[in-house]
Design a protein around this ligand. Structure first.
Ligand code: ADP
Ligand code: ZN
Length: 613
């Protein structure tokens, strides 16, 4: 079945509300969806900044249904186009895609359907537009609008740059009267401005939503044994949940996935070094099966719209706040409580500073990378609310959130001038008296007065700072070193060995002209204020049992159709049905997420399940 088109000449607003209700089964627009949809439906250009899970898709899907012709969606997410089309087909929208993975006859079918005006939405990979025949094809049909999804891919300095996005300015040149809507979940001023310029969206109205994701609990922990810490997180808070674990290197992705599997936790690896078929298979299992943990490099995740990812863990320090916020935003798209957890340690800072020093490109580029890292470090070392700091990074002011680690168990800010002086003067002495440079390990051994073979070999016990730091423990010293690095009072030498040297600012600390404030970890690490709500655990017993029945039915149905379970119905919809127990099709149709098409397809079966329960 396909939904009947709306093009009845109704005012855009009424037509949009009608489609929202009838096709998607939702009662109300969220945030500024309504304004955006009305604006684009009436032919305006729009630039939309909305966080992950904010509801961007409807902003171009509904105008595509309301306007005459086919909405052309430019998306870099080739591997997810099938799922996107499946999800639309499930609600009766006529959608298809064209990309390099298709056989010629399949492509020909899609082209024919487009020309015959049988498509509401057509997804295109940006590289298709490089082929002149694509533009000719589009010209021969009727274009309702262009949607440029993941629009931040046009930003050359951003983390997801796609060269093919640069030529999307041609859309405006070739089809000046077709409305365009560019959408992204990347929110910095800089990216925002860059999108507008590069896509020639000069006339577009800008819609900027709040980037707050209140259901995600932000936590940043000191890193000591990251795999064990991760295991603890999964076992104590996210047993059986789907999650994403980000690691910096391919090797650590594989090791971490193996570690989880050897501990009986279903985990899969994903990185650019794996064969494309393995990547596709792992992604597909993550989307389709329940409770899989994907261990991945940042190559994974853009466009993943699995709504029930319950946690995102970072085992290495991300390179920028922007990237970090995008990655963590993949948790909890369904609005239920979720966790963003990051383990961060001294080695992360050393490694990243080193990578920046060794990176290709000019000084300006290195300064940019450094500025990104500094912002990330400031977030890690803050004693203020994490969310306030995150939102401030995106230009939003807010108040303490009550749902991050610093709000739940506030760390102290202490005067660390004396430990800083002890450490810095050790660095200075080694350099002046011995012409030597060392990494953090040796510096800490000296301060703690440890007579290791390396200390004795270098006669470091003769230094005047030997043993002057026994008032702190080794982990505390590591934290001091880490924070001095983060504050730019110590830096990594460019010799490639990770040795530490002082900076210009260090001398002010040594002379006593500058005080150093340090973050002292709270005694107890923050525990979740409430445990994760297991999908149906908070429902009344009868509803919970019906919910489980419906989930089992949904699982079987999804397997048969070869689509992710959430394409059939979201957990949130099944919860509502299980609680309300409607007895008629009309009643069922009022549940959020039950539109015309799904009601026709599944309504009877669900009513039977309710009656039998
Ligand atoms: P984004 O692309 O911004 O990350 P999506 O478009 O995937 O977000 O929407 C996130 C989730 O919210 C989806 O599951 C979608 O079905 C749901 N959603 C979007 N708009 C509404 C609405 N007005 N009412 C209820 N649910 C909505
Ligand atoms: Zn907070």
């Amino acid at each position: 079945m396909t939904v009947s088109p709306v093009r009845t000449g109704l005012p855009a607003r009424t037509a949009a509300a009608e489609v929202l209700h009838r096709v998607f089964g939702y009662d109300e627009f969220r945030g500024n969806q309504s304004e955006i949809i009305e604006h684009v439906s009436s032919g305006g250009d729009a630039l939309v900044l909305m966080p992950t899970g904010g509801g961007k898709s409807l902003c171009y899907q509904i105008p595509s249904l309301v306007r005459e012709g086919t909405g052309i969606v430019i998306s870099p997410l080739i591997a997810l186009m099938q799922d996107q089309v499946d999800a639309l087909s499930a609600v009766g929208v006529r959608a298809a895609f064209l990309n390099s993975t298709q056989a010629a006859d399949v492509k020909a079918d899609v082209e024919r359907a487009y020309l015959a005006g049988e498509l509401d939405l057509l997804y295109l990979a940006p590289e298709r537009l490089r082929v002149p025949s694509t533009a000719t094809l589009l010209d021969r049909g009727k274009i309702a609008l262009f949607a440029i999804d993941e629009a931040h891919c046009v930003s050359q300095w951003g983390h997801d740059f796609r060269p093919d996005y640069l030529q999307l300015s041609m859309l405006h040149e070739r089809w000046p009267t077709v409305p365009r809507i560019a959408l992204t979940a990347t929110a910095t001023e800089q990216t925002h401005a860059e999108i507008a310029t590069r896509l020639q969206l000069g006339e577009a109205r800008h819609f900027v939503a709040s980037f707050d994701r209140p259901n995600i609990q932000y936590r940043i922990a000191g890193k000591n044994s990251p795999q064990q810490q991760l295991l603890q997180l999964v076992r104590s808070e996210h047993d059986g949940d789907a999650g994403i674990v980000y690691c910096l290197s391919r090797a650590s992705v594989e090791k971490t996935a193996e570690f989880l599997v050897s501990n009986g936790i279903p985990a899969l690896p994903y990185h650019a070094g794996l064969p494309a078929t393995v990547r596709a298979a792992n992604q597909s299992r993550f989307l389709r099966d329940d409770g899989i943990i994907m261990v991945a490099t940042i190559a994974f995740g853009m466009g993943i719209d699995k709504p029930d990812v319950r946690f995102v863990a970072h085992l290495d320090l991300p390179k920028s706040v922007e990237g970090y916020y995008q990655e963590t935003g993949r948790a909890g798209r369904d609005g239920l409580p979720s966790t963003a957890w990051l383990a961060y340690g001294l080695q992360d800072v050393v490694q990243q500073r080193r990578m920046i020093a060794d990176s290709e490109g000019d000084d300006a580029h290195r300064r940019k990378l450094s500025a990104h890292l500094d912002a990330m470090l400031a977030l890690c070392e803050t004693v203020e609310c994490r969310r306030m700091q995150l939102l401030a990074y995106f230009g939003e002011t807010s108040t303490p959130c009550g749902n991050c680690d610093t709000c739940l168990s506030p760390p102290e800010s202490i005067d660390g001038t004396i430990p800083a002086q002890k450490l810095l003067s050790t660095v200075v002495r080694l350099q002046r008296e011995r012409n030597q440079k060392f990494g953090a390990g040796q510096l800490i051994d000296i301060l703690l007065g440890k007579r290791t073979p390396r200390v004795e070999q270098n006669r470091h016990e003769e230094l005047s700072t030997f043993g002057i730091g026994t008032d702190l423990t080794e982990p505390e010293w590591r934290s001091v070193v880490r924070q001095l690095l983060a504050q730019g009072l110590l830096t990594v030498n460019s010799d490639g060995f990770g040795t530490l040297v002082i900076t210009e600012a260090s001398s002010q600390v040594l002379s006593g002209a500058r005080k150093v404030s340090l973050r002292k970890e709270p005694e107890r690490q923050a525990k979740r204020s409430s445990r994760t709500i297991k999908a149906g655990a908070d429902l009344a017993p009868e509803a919970a049992s019906l919910f489980e029945t419906l989930r089992t039915w949904r699982g079987a149905e999804a397997k048969e159709l070869g689509v992710p379970a959430y394409v059939i119905f979201h957990d949130a919809t099944l919860r509502e049905i299980a609680t309300a127990r409607p007895t008629t099709l009309a009643g069922l149709g009022t549940m959020s997420g039950v539109g015309e098409s799904k009601l026709e397809k599944y309504g009877q079966k669900i009513l039977e399940a309710i009656a039998a329960a």
